[in-house]
Design a binder for this molecule. Structure first.
Ligand code: ADP
Ligand code: MG
Length: 596
């Protein structure tokens, strides 16, 4: 038989490798930004069009490349960062595999201009699908500019797999944030479709966090710092009361590289146990310094996963440092946790006074306690509901005024609150168990929907307008939601790109914590956007309802429970929460009899 093995041509091999390195615009952005960092740039500009589909350009003022390197850099395994296998264990640069540019050039049209400090002229290289189209001298500033056009132009399948622009752009934004956070001493800007989204000046870590996440962000963070032999930890952890329902603002860096490390994240989160409700997550921004010889960054092609030799010590130090910042420090616990390791806990500074942790399980107000029965928006019942009432309407055991028609839900039997979670009450034909939070979500959801459809607004003017500051992506979403928010009764004015003034809110909302409420709605909206809701009105009403619904663990008073039951049964779809979960179970008399 004849030989059947071929060596793949480079262009094919590169395209295959590209699958690993560049799977979406954000990964090309990551590689280009990291190259700019490795080149020692102090100013980096990122420009994208159509979420990176048509253009990704990174301009840096780094060391640039020589004429011949400008060509070689697109070869596979072309790297200036390591020369021998040993170097792999002392890496301080972001890249070292020499695959990124080759991969990007295999799947896009790339135009690069680069100039080194000592040269008058630079070089321009145009390369398409791994094929060099042109190399010529050019005028350009010191540093490198790489424009990646029409990503995946030659792989339609991959192009078709891209998500809609808002999703791809948020991946790019996340990539940008990670690199900009880790390199706070470098100036970064980010333009998308001609709009300047971020303009970050060099500064310290706190300034960078504030630059990205909004000015008032620093008020929400505690500083942490701990220096030990295997690891140095410094950065910021979020105050417990600002924990969010999404794991958004959690950033961990090792030697200036963003990493994902579930174990270390758990170390931080564990320091919060008891301080924050389940399923909420604290923010953190933490920089670790670890000797590169004692870690391995080589286990994953995109290098966000790393392994540490001293993992258990790093875990303990991180948890201790976080606890200390939260005022929960207990040296004894830490040593007990890991008795065999000697940890050099730097003693707290003499003037260090740990802040008392603020435990707040229910920052959202309880709407029952303020608005009582006075609802401004009444929801009309659907006729089909009558039959429903026949089975689930609680019966009055002793009607007070028997000659009057019996109010279906004004049960004389006092409902029972079970574990601050369920309401148990009796019906004509059995017992109903209501999930109070889901029921309340349903009530608020319908109330907000109805409000958004009404012409006349039930807004309450705030005594003191509240100024809110958001980061760029939050501001963008807020602007997107503005028409719907307005219809609900919010009056929000834009002061500058990221600063807003709230002058009125819908009736059910209290004015303390408006910034937080809006943030949570934005968060919620963002995650709903990625899931099922395409109807923006509904999405916002759902977000609001979920944010404002009574929290699990709140023990309602009897009259509050009665109100909730009454409100629930006047909803159009009382048996489902707006996210499609069951609000109640009904045990009929027969169900009960059968059990005996
Ligand atoms: P790696 O970063 O793993 O070395 P890349 O394919 O990303 O591999 O880049 C190949 C080489 O091209 C780098 O090692 C570097 O020498 C050079 N290079 C890439 N981007 C830049 C840049 N922006 N400025 C200067 N040199 C660069
Ligand atoms: Mg690289």
């Amino acid at each position: 038989m004849s030989d059947i093995i071929n060596i793949l041509p480079d262009s094919v091999a590169n395209q295959i490798a590209a699958g690993e390195v560049v799977d979406r615009p954000a990964s090309a952005v990551k590689e280009l930004l990291e190259n700019a960092m490795d080149a020692g740039a102090t100013e980096i500009c990122l420009i994208v069009k159509d979420a990176g589909r048509t253009l990704i350009q990174v301009v840096d003022n780094g060391c640039g490349m020589s004429d011949s390197d400008a060509l070689v850099c697109f070869e596979r395994h072309a790297t200036s960062k390591i020369r021998k296998a040993d170097d792999l264990f002392a890496i301080r640069t972001m890249g070292f595999r020499g695959e990124a540019l080759a991969s990007i050039a295999a799947v896009a049209q790339v135009e690069m201009k680069t100039r080194q400090h000592e040269n008058k002229l630079g070089t321009q290289v145009i390369i398409e699908g791994s094929e060099v189209k042109e190399q010529s001298p050019c005028m350009c500033s010191v540093g490198t500019s790489i424009a990646v056009k029409n990503l995946f132009f030659n792989i339609p399948a991959r192009r078709n797999f891209l998500k809609k622009d808002s999703v791809e752009l948020s991946h790019i934004e996340e990539t940008f944030k990670r690199i900009a956070l880790a390199n706070y001493g470098v100036a970064f800007s980010f333009h998308s479709n001609g709009r300047l989204l971020y303009d970050l000046k060099p500064g310290n870590f706190a300034q960078r966090i504030a630059g990205i996440f909004g000015l008032n962000f620093n008020e929400r963070l505690y500083h942490i710092e701990e220096h030990t032999e295997p690891v140095s930890v410094r950065g910021y952890v979020g105050k417990a009361e600002y924990a969010k329902r999404a794991r958004g603002e959690q950033y961990l860096f090792v030697n200036n590289r963003y990493i994902k490390h579930p174990g270390l994240s758990a170390a931080i989160e564990r320091a919060y146990s008891e301080l924050i409700p389940d399923h909420t997550y604290p923010a953190y921004f933490i920089l670790l310094d670890v000797d590169p010889q004692r870690m391995d960054v080589n286990i994953h092609p995109t290098k966000t996963e790393v392994r540490f030799i001293d993992e258990s010590v790093i875990f303990a130090v991180l948890r201790a440092a976080t606890k200390k910042a939260l005022g929960q420090f207990s040296l004894a616990n830490e040593l007990e946790f890991n008795p065999s390791t000697e940890i050099d806990f730097t003693p707290a500074k003499r003037d260090y006074i740990p802040e008392t942790p603020k435990v707040s399980f229910n920052p959202n107000y309880n709407p029952f306690r303020s608005s009582g029965t006075d609802h401004n928006v009444s929801v009309s019942k659907k006729p089909s509901l009558e039959s429903f009432f026949d089975t689930v309407v609680p019966e009055m055991t002793e009607p007070l005024m028997p000659e009057k028609p019996v109010e279906p839900v004004a049960s004389a039997a006092v409902p029972i609150n079970y574990q601050g979670r369920y309401i148990i009450t009796t019906l004509k034909s059995g017992i109903v168990v209501i999930d109070q939070r889901r029921a309340h979500e349903r009530i608020l959801y319908e109330r907000f929907l109805a409000a958004s459809e009404e012409k006349e607004k039930h807004a309450q003017q705030l005594l003191f307008p509240v100024t809110c500051v958001f980061n760029a992506s939050e501001s963008e979403i807020l602007n997107e939601m503005m028409p719907e928010l307005r219809r609900l009764g919010f009056v929000i004015e834009t002061l500058s790109t990221n600063t807003f003034v709230v002058t009125a809110t819908p009736n059910d909302i209290k004015d303390n914590g408006i910034q937080q409420l809006l943030e949570q709605i934005i968060d919620e909206y963002r995650s709903n956007m990625l899931q099922k809701f395409s109807d923006r009105d509904k999405n916002i009403c759902l977000s609001l309802a979920r944010q404002m619904a009574v929290r699990v663990g709140t023990v309602l008073k009897p009259e509050e429970m009665q109100q909730l039951i009454a409100d629930l049964f006047s909803c159009q779809a009382p048996d489902m929460s707006p996210s499609g979960k069951r609000t109640m179970i009904v045990l009929s008399e027969k169900d009960i009899d059968d059990k005996f």
